[in-house]
Design a protein around this ligand. Sequence first.
Ligand code: ADP
Length: 371
Amino acid sequence: MMVASALEERILIVAPRGRDARLIATTLSEDGLSPAICVDTNALVERLEEGAAAVMIAEEALSVEGLEAITRFLDSQPPWSDIPIVVLTHSGRASLASMRRARELEVLGNITFLERPARPDTVRSSMRAALRARLRQYEMRHRQEVLVRVNADLERFAYSASHDLQEPIRNVAIYSEILTMRYGSLLDQAGLEFLGNVRAGAVRMQMLVHDLLTYTQAASLADEDPEPSDASAVLDTALQNLEASVPDGGLITRDSLPTIRMGAVHLQQLFQNLIGNAIKYRNEAPLRVHVGVERIGDLWRFSVADNGIGIASEYKHQIFGIFKRLHTQQKYPGTGIGLAICQRIAERYGGKIWVESEIEKGSRFIFTVPV
Ligand code: ADP
């Protein structure tokens, strides 16, 4: 398994006195490592851009500007990367000034101090340790890349499978209907019943495939930088779509809602699924739903609370899985994808979704969106 290129295995050395740098480089090459000398911190940053396993730098080579340039580079690195930096310090007792300097240098992150004069053995072993740490990071990157690729493949597969299944299923539904209308009189009771089952099965499959398609599209459509949505206006639209299913005497209330950084289509899907569920899983008491919001730190925390049948705590996580349902079709129809879609949308925007509930006492679904 190739996880690092030759450039990425280099150890970059910066020492203002050429002799020091050459000495370190020789020590490292003797040990089979691949050192490369940089004349100053500018050259270092340039080479870091091409890839490196670790840096060994003499303290006196680190000017304020040099430190800033390296920190800027490190800040621009992906999360898997934490490049090991070994700083060669001056020998002698630790003074207050050198302790302060050590604290200043901590912005470099993964840093080790090596006191001079350092024995060749110590230089070698510290760089070997740094290299091992870096190779582990490359492995992590490799695993992440594989995961992203596999995920994208799965996504494409789920999309095309659900998309391509639509037509044959539609044909089964249509032809079983035509059969019933045109040839129904030729069939006995059992034959009619069987045909009815074929049609019911096809209609159910149509619903499942339709929802699966919505699920695969839910996250992939999200923009990197979505147009802000007025949550109150989006809730109005969601409620208009749900109007017919709100029972007499039902009441849906709301806090004053903010404008948030989420595509309107996605926010509407969240509201519609959660409020639709609150309506569907109601009990005998008159329906009460409240859409609330509060700001906690840098998150908006939205909630949809109902006074319905509630959810037993052992199913609190399971219900967010695809096709996961707690009831029969007869009692409460559905495909079990609504909450999976909600979870996908919330996570796609950097938020979370969860439920707090007690059986027979109602449920409170909470989702967060970064401010
Ligand atoms: P569906 O409603 O199609 O079954 P969902 O993914 O929307 O699919 O919900 C999954 C399951 O979670 C539901 O079958 C139901 O058992 C439970 N559930 C969701 N919302 C509520 C709610 N507001 N109150 C009680 N149970 C709920």
